[in-house]
Design a protein around this ligand. Structure first.
Ligand code: SF4
Ligand code: ZN
Length: 314
């Protein structure tokens, strides 16, 4: 390749073979070609699943498939690696929140990916579960869009997973998402949420949630999806820019740019904090929602609380 000044630009080779590198990992200081990047991602997902015992034989894993890049890459990798390593089944679940001008396209993308991979696919909607779309809810309720959306989507996924007798729910959260969540909890001063992982909630009536991509960063996922032709360009959710997360994402990306590996260190710090907390923090008592019966930490779950608040305002 030649630069604008006519000089030949040096393209480093992959550290595993002679092919040109397309990715440099500042953490391991490795250059990787297309093939070895994909291999590295898949092997690290298997390693992560194994170390954290995310999958067991006999599992039926409901993969939350939004149709976006992360969840599409997750479904694609799990559908390949899980049957090779475990006697477990993969099913895809898509939640239609009811966001006009955005959701139609992403659902279409989810439907075609599941078809292409031969994975059984279930679609549930806020409208059928809660009697309203996210658009109509936001029109009547001054809550921040992503907070309401997140609470209801979590419930929709749990309800759908229970309906199809899934043993766990896999979501496409990546390393960058995880680092942002830690930072958001610090900025909010939400110590309880920061340590929530240390109380092993899946043992207490919650369907287990697993995040097999939590050690893979956004850039690797983007490259993996492009190399494997997984993602088509999709519109961004119209509410995305209103989110606190959007501001934290900009900050986290800047920190990562100037201090490569910072996001990974944020997660490692969080994991050791959780390990320490497990020794001293006793899990809070679990109770069951008076409205829907879901396990929760008060008298009513967050989703039912949100919907009840809405009814009062009508
Ligand atoms: Fe929901 Fe916010 Fe994501 Fe849009 S950006 S789908 S409102 S969580
Ligand atoms: Zn409830």
């Amino acid at each position: 390749m030649h630069t604008a000044t006519g000089k030949r630009e040096h393209i480093p080779s992959c550290d595993r073979c002679a092919e040109p590198a397309i990715f440099f990992d500042p953490g391991s200081q490795r250059h990787l070609c297309e093939r070895h990047l994909c291999l590295s991602v898949e092997l690290r997902v298997i390693d992560s699943i194994t170390r954290h015992e995310m999958v067991q034989d006999g599992d039926r894993i409901a993969v939350g498939l939004s149709g976006g890049k992360d969840s599409s890459v997750l479904l694609s990798i799990l559908s390949r690696v899980v049957p090779e390593q475990w006697d477990a089944e993969i099913v895809a679940v898509t939640v239609d929140e009811g966001i006009a001008g955005y959701r139609e396209e992403t659902i279409q993308s989810a439907v075609s990916l599941a078809q292409q991979l031969g994975i059984s696919h279930h679609i549930v909607s806020f409208q059928s579960l809660f009697g309203l779309t996210l658009d109509s809810l936001l029109g009547a309720h001054p809550l921040r869009a992503c907070t309401a959306c997140g609470i209801l989507r979590k419930k929709a996924l749990s309800d759908a997973a229970r309906e199809i007798a899934a043993t766990s729910i896999a979501t496409g959260h990546n390393l960058d998402d995880a680092a942002q969540s830690v930072l958001m909890n610090y900025f909010r001063g939400d110590f309880e949420r920061l340590l929530r992982d240390s109380s092993s909630r899946e043992d207490r009536g919650f369907i287990r949630r697993i995040k097999p991509l939590h050690e893979i960063n956004e850039k690797e996922i983007t490259l993996y999806s492009m190399i494997n032709g997984i993602t088509v360009l999709l519109p961004e959710c119209p509410y995305a820019t209103t989110a606190f997360r959007a501001e934290v994402r900009t900050l986290q990306a800047a920190i990562e740019y100037h201090y490569p590996g910072a996001s990974r260190r944020i997660i490692e710090g969080q994991e050791s904090l959780n390990e320490q907390a497990k020794k001293t923090v006793r899990p809070g008592a679990v109770s069951y929602c008076a409205t829907c019966g879901d396990p929760c930490s008060g008298t009513i779950c967050q989703a039912c609380g949100l919907l009840a608040g809405l009814k009062k305002r009508e």
